[in-house]
Design a protein around this ligand. Structure first.
Ligand SMILES: C[S@@+](CC[C@H](N)C(=O)[O-])C[C@H]1O[C@@H](n2cnc3c(N)ncnc32)[C@H](O)[C@@H]1O
Length: 283
Protein backbone atom coordinates (compact mmCIF):
# COMPACT_ATOMS: atom_id res chain seq x y z
CA UNK A 1 0.00 0.00 0.00
CA UNK A 2 1.38 3.43 -0.96
CA UNK A 3 2.01 6.15 1.62
CA UNK A 4 -0.66 8.45 0.19
CA UNK A 5 -3.19 5.62 0.30
CA UNK A 6 -2.42 5.08 3.98
CA UNK A 7 -2.75 8.79 4.68
CA UNK A 8 -6.09 8.79 2.89
CA UNK A 9 -7.31 5.79 4.84
CA UNK A 10 -6.39 7.31 8.14
CA UNK A 11 -7.72 10.78 7.44
CA UNK A 12 -10.69 10.28 5.15
CA UNK A 13 -11.92 6.77 5.66
CA UNK A 14 -10.92 5.44 9.04
CA UNK A 15 -11.76 8.95 10.15
CA UNK A 16 -9.14 9.33 12.81
CA UNK A 17 -9.33 13.03 13.67
CA UNK A 18 -6.19 14.85 14.73
CA UNK A 19 -7.86 15.85 18.00
CA UNK A 20 -9.31 12.43 18.78
CA UNK A 21 -10.02 11.91 22.48
CA UNK A 22 -10.39 8.47 23.97
CA UNK A 23 -13.88 9.33 25.19
CA UNK A 24 -14.96 9.93 21.59
CA UNK A 25 -13.81 6.54 20.37
CA UNK A 26 -16.53 3.90 20.21
CA UNK A 27 -16.06 1.27 22.91
CA UNK A 28 -15.59 -1.43 20.28
CA UNK A 29 -12.59 0.39 18.88
CA UNK A 30 -11.01 1.39 22.18
CA UNK A 31 -9.43 -1.96 22.87
CA UNK A 32 -7.79 -2.01 19.48
CA UNK A 33 -6.69 1.21 17.81
CA UNK A 34 -7.80 1.51 14.20
CA UNK A 35 -4.86 1.43 11.86
CA UNK A 36 -4.36 0.70 8.18
CA UNK A 37 -3.36 -2.84 9.14
CA UNK A 38 -7.01 -3.37 10.10
CA UNK A 39 -7.95 -3.04 6.46
CA UNK A 40 -9.88 -6.08 5.27
CA UNK A 41 -7.75 -8.94 3.98
CA UNK A 42 -9.67 -10.99 1.44
CA UNK A 43 -6.83 -13.30 0.45
CA UNK A 44 -8.19 -16.23 2.44
CA UNK A 45 -11.87 -15.74 1.59
CA UNK A 46 -13.78 -17.61 -1.07
CA UNK A 47 -14.77 -15.11 -3.72
CA UNK A 48 -18.03 -16.98 -4.44
CA UNK A 49 -19.25 -16.48 -0.88
CA UNK A 50 -18.97 -12.69 -1.20
CA UNK A 51 -21.86 -10.49 -2.33
CA UNK A 52 -21.55 -9.56 -6.02
CA UNK A 53 -20.62 -5.96 -5.27
CA UNK A 54 -17.81 -7.16 -3.00
CA UNK A 55 -16.60 -9.50 -5.74
CA UNK A 56 -16.53 -6.57 -8.15
CA UNK A 57 -14.69 -4.47 -5.56
CA UNK A 58 -12.10 -7.20 -5.09
CA UNK A 59 -11.78 -7.60 -8.85
CA UNK A 60 -11.02 -3.89 -9.24
CA UNK A 61 -7.37 -4.97 -8.95
CA UNK A 62 -5.22 -2.31 -10.61
CA UNK A 63 -8.15 0.07 -11.15
CA UNK A 64 -8.65 3.49 -9.62
CA UNK A 65 -8.44 3.44 -5.81
CA UNK A 66 -11.49 3.61 -3.60
CA UNK A 67 -12.34 2.65 -0.04
CA UNK A 68 -15.61 1.21 1.21
CA UNK A 69 -16.00 -0.41 4.61
CA UNK A 70 -16.35 -4.13 3.97
CA UNK A 71 -19.71 -4.52 5.71
CA UNK A 72 -21.25 -1.94 3.37
CA UNK A 73 -21.24 -4.49 0.56
CA UNK A 74 -23.80 -6.64 2.39
CA UNK A 75 -26.00 -3.60 2.95
CA UNK A 76 -25.73 -2.51 -0.68
CA UNK A 77 -26.43 -6.00 -1.92
CA UNK A 78 -29.52 -6.27 0.30
CA UNK A 79 -30.77 -2.91 -0.96
CA UNK A 80 -29.78 -2.96 -4.60
CA UNK A 81 -29.08 -6.50 -5.88
CA UNK A 82 -32.36 -6.79 -7.80
CA UNK A 83 -32.32 -3.21 -9.08
CA UNK A 84 -28.69 -3.45 -10.14
CA UNK A 85 -29.31 -6.68 -12.01
CA UNK A 86 -32.24 -5.13 -13.88
CA UNK A 87 -30.13 -2.07 -14.63
CA UNK A 88 -27.18 -4.15 -15.87
CA UNK A 89 -29.50 -6.18 -18.09
CA UNK A 90 -31.24 -3.08 -19.50
CA UNK A 91 -34.61 -4.22 -18.13
CA UNK A 92 -35.62 -0.94 -16.47
CA UNK A 93 -38.16 1.37 -18.13
CA UNK A 94 -35.55 4.10 -18.14
CA UNK A 95 -31.89 4.31 -17.15
CA UNK A 96 -31.21 4.49 -13.44
CA UNK A 97 -29.84 7.92 -12.43
CA UNK A 98 -27.22 7.81 -9.71
CA UNK A 99 -25.46 10.68 -7.96
CA UNK A 100 -22.47 10.02 -5.70
CA UNK A 101 -21.24 12.89 -3.54
CA UNK A 102 -17.54 12.45 -2.80
CA UNK A 103 -15.53 11.20 -5.76
CA UNK A 104 -12.02 11.21 -4.31
CA UNK A 105 -9.99 9.31 -6.97
CA UNK A 106 -12.93 7.94 -8.92
CA UNK A 107 -12.69 4.26 -7.96
CA UNK A 108 -16.16 4.11 -6.46
CA UNK A 109 -17.65 5.60 -9.63
CA UNK A 110 -15.97 2.80 -11.61
CA UNK A 111 -17.47 0.30 -9.18
CA UNK A 112 -20.97 1.75 -9.53
CA UNK A 113 -20.59 1.64 -13.31
CA UNK A 114 -19.76 -2.03 -13.18
CA UNK A 115 -22.53 -2.80 -10.67
CA UNK A 116 -25.31 -0.79 -12.33
CA UNK A 117 -24.18 -1.40 -15.91
CA UNK A 118 -23.57 0.66 -19.04
CA UNK A 119 -27.04 2.22 -19.28
CA UNK A 120 -27.06 3.88 -15.86
CA UNK A 121 -26.62 7.65 -15.74
CA UNK A 122 -23.90 8.15 -13.14
CA UNK A 123 -22.67 11.51 -11.88
CA UNK A 124 -20.10 12.21 -9.18
CA UNK A 125 -19.55 15.52 -7.45
CA UNK A 126 -16.63 16.67 -5.35
CA UNK A 127 -15.39 19.93 -3.97
CA UNK A 128 -11.85 19.07 -5.09
CA UNK A 129 -11.06 20.14 -8.67
CA UNK A 130 -8.50 17.37 -8.93
CA UNK A 131 -11.31 15.07 -10.07
CA UNK A 132 -11.26 16.88 -13.42
CA UNK A 133 -7.65 15.84 -14.01
CA UNK A 134 -8.05 12.12 -13.35
CA UNK A 135 -9.51 11.07 -16.69
CA UNK A 136 -12.54 9.52 -15.02
CA UNK A 137 -14.61 8.03 -17.83
CA UNK A 138 -17.04 5.76 -15.99
CA UNK A 139 -19.21 8.71 -14.94
CA UNK A 140 -19.74 12.42 -15.38
CA UNK A 141 -17.96 14.44 -12.72
CA UNK A 142 -18.77 17.96 -11.59
CA UNK A 143 -16.97 20.21 -9.12
CA UNK A 144 -19.00 21.82 -6.37
CA UNK A 145 -20.12 21.45 -2.80
CA UNK A 146 -22.70 19.07 -1.50
CA UNK A 147 -24.15 21.99 0.46
CA UNK A 148 -24.60 24.30 -2.54
CA UNK A 149 -28.29 24.11 -3.40
CA UNK A 150 -28.02 25.84 -6.78
CA UNK A 151 -25.16 23.57 -7.82
CA UNK A 152 -26.96 20.39 -6.73
CA UNK A 153 -30.17 21.42 -8.45
CA UNK A 154 -28.21 22.10 -11.65
CA UNK A 155 -26.53 18.69 -11.51
CA UNK A 156 -29.83 16.88 -10.95
CA UNK A 157 -31.37 18.81 -13.83
CA UNK A 158 -28.48 17.83 -16.05
CA UNK A 159 -28.99 14.20 -15.00
CA UNK A 160 -32.66 14.39 -15.93
CA UNK A 161 -33.65 13.57 -12.33
CA UNK A 162 -32.17 11.31 -9.71
CA UNK A 163 -33.14 7.84 -8.45
CA UNK A 164 -30.25 7.07 -6.11
CA UNK A 165 -28.08 9.42 -4.07
CA UNK A 166 -24.99 8.14 -2.27
CA UNK A 167 -23.54 10.61 0.21
CA UNK A 168 -19.87 9.78 0.66
CA UNK A 169 -18.77 13.41 0.84
CA UNK A 170 -17.45 15.46 3.74
CA UNK A 171 -19.30 13.41 6.40
CA UNK A 172 -19.64 16.59 8.45
CA UNK A 173 -23.01 16.33 10.16
CA UNK A 174 -24.14 19.75 8.97
CA UNK A 175 -23.23 18.92 5.36
CA UNK A 176 -24.94 15.53 5.49
CA UNK A 177 -28.10 17.21 6.77
CA UNK A 178 -27.91 20.09 4.26
CA UNK A 179 -27.58 17.72 1.30
CA UNK A 180 -30.44 15.54 2.50
CA UNK A 181 -32.72 18.56 2.88
CA UNK A 182 -31.92 19.66 -0.68
CA UNK A 183 -31.82 16.33 -2.48
CA UNK A 184 -34.47 14.14 -0.86
CA UNK A 185 -37.30 16.25 -2.33
CA UNK A 186 -35.66 15.93 -5.77
CA UNK A 187 -35.55 12.12 -5.64
CA UNK A 188 -37.92 10.26 -7.96
CA UNK A 189 -40.73 8.14 -6.54
CA UNK A 190 -39.16 4.87 -5.46
CA UNK A 191 -35.79 6.60 -5.22
CA UNK A 192 -33.31 5.89 -2.46
CA UNK A 193 -30.94 8.08 -0.49
CA UNK A 194 -27.90 6.43 1.03
CA UNK A 195 -25.68 8.05 3.64
CA UNK A 196 -22.35 6.39 4.30
CA UNK A 197 -19.91 6.64 7.19
CA UNK A 198 -22.42 7.69 9.83
CA UNK A 199 -19.95 6.64 12.54
CA UNK A 200 -18.47 10.11 12.01
CA UNK A 201 -21.66 11.52 13.54
CA UNK A 202 -20.43 10.29 16.92
CA UNK A 203 -17.18 12.24 16.68
CA UNK A 204 -16.80 15.94 17.52
CA UNK A 205 -14.45 16.68 14.63
CA UNK A 206 -17.30 15.83 12.29
CA UNK A 207 -19.82 17.94 14.18
CA UNK A 208 -21.05 14.92 16.08
CA UNK A 209 -20.99 13.26 19.48
CA UNK A 210 -22.90 10.48 21.22
CA UNK A 211 -26.57 11.60 21.33
CA UNK A 212 -25.44 15.10 20.43
CA UNK A 213 -28.29 17.24 19.17
CA UNK A 214 -27.67 18.30 15.59
CA UNK A 215 -25.52 15.32 14.68
CA UNK A 216 -26.57 13.56 11.50
CA UNK A 217 -27.44 10.32 13.31
CA UNK A 218 -29.68 12.17 15.79
CA UNK A 219 -31.42 13.99 12.92
CA UNK A 220 -31.96 10.69 11.13
CA UNK A 221 -33.33 9.05 14.28
CA UNK A 222 -35.96 11.79 14.38
CA UNK A 223 -37.20 10.55 11.02
CA UNK A 224 -38.42 7.43 12.79
CA UNK A 225 -40.92 9.74 14.51
CA UNK A 226 -41.73 11.43 11.20
CA UNK A 227 -42.70 8.03 9.79
CA UNK A 228 -45.18 7.58 12.63
CA UNK A 229 -46.60 11.12 12.63
CA UNK A 230 -50.29 10.16 12.14
CA UNK A 231 -50.22 8.22 15.40
CA UNK A 232 -49.35 11.22 17.56
CA UNK A 233 -50.10 14.41 15.57
CA UNK A 234 -53.12 15.52 13.58
CA UNK A 235 -51.36 18.10 11.48
CA UNK A 236 -49.29 17.11 8.49
CA UNK A 237 -46.43 19.49 9.11
CA UNK A 238 -43.09 18.56 7.60
CA UNK A 239 -41.24 16.33 10.03
CA UNK A 240 -37.58 16.29 10.96
CA UNK A 241 -35.22 17.75 8.35
CA UNK A 242 -38.20 19.25 6.57
CA UNK A 243 -39.00 15.84 5.10
CA UNK A 244 -42.64 14.98 4.49
CA UNK A 245 -43.99 11.82 6.07
CA UNK A 246 -46.15 11.45 2.95
CA UNK A 247 -43.10 10.77 0.79
CA UNK A 248 -40.84 9.00 3.27
CA UNK A 249 -41.65 5.33 2.94
CA UNK A 250 -38.91 3.91 5.12
CA UNK A 251 -35.60 4.51 6.80
CA UNK A 252 -33.24 1.65 7.41
CA UNK A 253 -30.11 1.72 9.51
CA UNK A 254 -27.07 -0.46 9.01
CA UNK A 255 -23.73 -0.04 10.77
CA UNK A 256 -22.72 3.47 9.64
CA UNK A 257 -25.12 3.50 6.69
CA UNK A 258 -28.70 4.78 6.46
CA UNK A 259 -31.00 4.17 3.51
CA UNK A 260 -34.09 6.33 3.08
CA UNK A 261 -36.71 5.28 0.57
CA UNK A 262 -38.90 7.88 -1.09
CA UNK A 263 -42.33 6.71 -2.16
CA UNK A 264 -45.91 7.84 -1.62
CA UNK A 265 -46.82 6.90 1.94
CA UNK A 266 -50.59 7.07 2.23
CA UNK A 267 -52.47 7.51 5.50
CA UNK A 268 -52.47 4.28 7.48
CA UNK A 269 -55.61 2.15 7.09
CA UNK A 270 -56.45 -1.03 8.97
CA UNK A 271 -57.63 -3.97 6.88
CA UNK A 272 -60.41 -6.17 8.22
CA UNK A 273 -59.93 -9.71 7.02
CA UNK A 274 -62.31 -12.63 7.37
CA UNK A 275 -66.00 -12.42 8.10
CA UNK A 276 -66.72 -9.87 10.82
CA UNK A 277 -70.39 -10.90 11.05
CA UNK A 278 -69.32 -14.22 12.52
CA UNK A 279 -70.37 -14.60 16.17
CA UNK A 280 -66.82 -14.85 17.49
CA UNK A 281 -66.05 -11.37 16.10
CA UNK A 282 -68.25 -9.81 18.78
CA UNK A 283 -67.09 -11.90 21.75
C1 LIG B 1 -14.61 9.68 1.54
S1 LIG B 1 -14.03 10.54 0.13
C2 LIG B 1 -14.96 9.85 -1.17
C3 LIG B 1 -14.55 8.46 -1.44
C4 LIG B 1 -15.10 7.81 -2.66
N1 LIG B 1 -16.55 7.89 -2.75
C5 LIG B 1 -14.66 6.36 -2.58
O1 LIG B 1 -15.50 5.50 -2.21
O2 LIG B 1 -13.50 6.09 -2.85
C6 LIG B 1 -14.73 12.09 0.44
C7 LIG B 1 -14.63 13.07 -0.69
O3 LIG B 1 -15.54 14.11 -0.39
C8 LIG B 1 -15.01 15.32 -0.86
N2 LIG B 1 -15.68 16.43 -0.18
C9 LIG B 1 -15.37 17.00 1.02
N3 LIG B 1 -16.21 18.01 1.30
C10 LIG B 1 -17.09 18.07 0.27
C11 LIG B 1 -18.20 18.92 -0.03
N4 LIG B 1 -18.60 19.88 0.80
N5 LIG B 1 -18.87 18.71 -1.19
C12 LIG B 1 -18.49 17.72 -2.04
N6 LIG B 1 -17.44 16.90 -1.80
C13 LIG B 1 -16.75 17.07 -0.67
C14 LIG B 1 -13.52 15.21 -0.60
O4 LIG B 1 -12.82 16.08 -1.46
C15 LIG B 1 -13.27 13.72 -0.87
O5 LIG B 1 -12.80 13.51 -2.17
Amino acid sequence: MKAHDIAYLVKEKLHIPHDLRLADVPATLRTKPVSPSDVKDVSTEARESMPLLAQMAVDAGAGRPFVKWWHYFDAYEEQFAALAEQSREGKLDRPLRILEMGVWRGGSLDLWRQYFGPEAVIFGIDIDEVILTLGIDSAEVRVGSQTDEGFLRGVVEEMGGVDLVIDDGSHQSKDVIASLRILFPLLSDGGRYVIEDLHTSYWPSWGGGFKRKGSSIEALKELVDTLHQPYYARSRRPGALGLERDTLQSIQFYDSVAVLKKSPHPAPQPFRGGDHSRPEASI
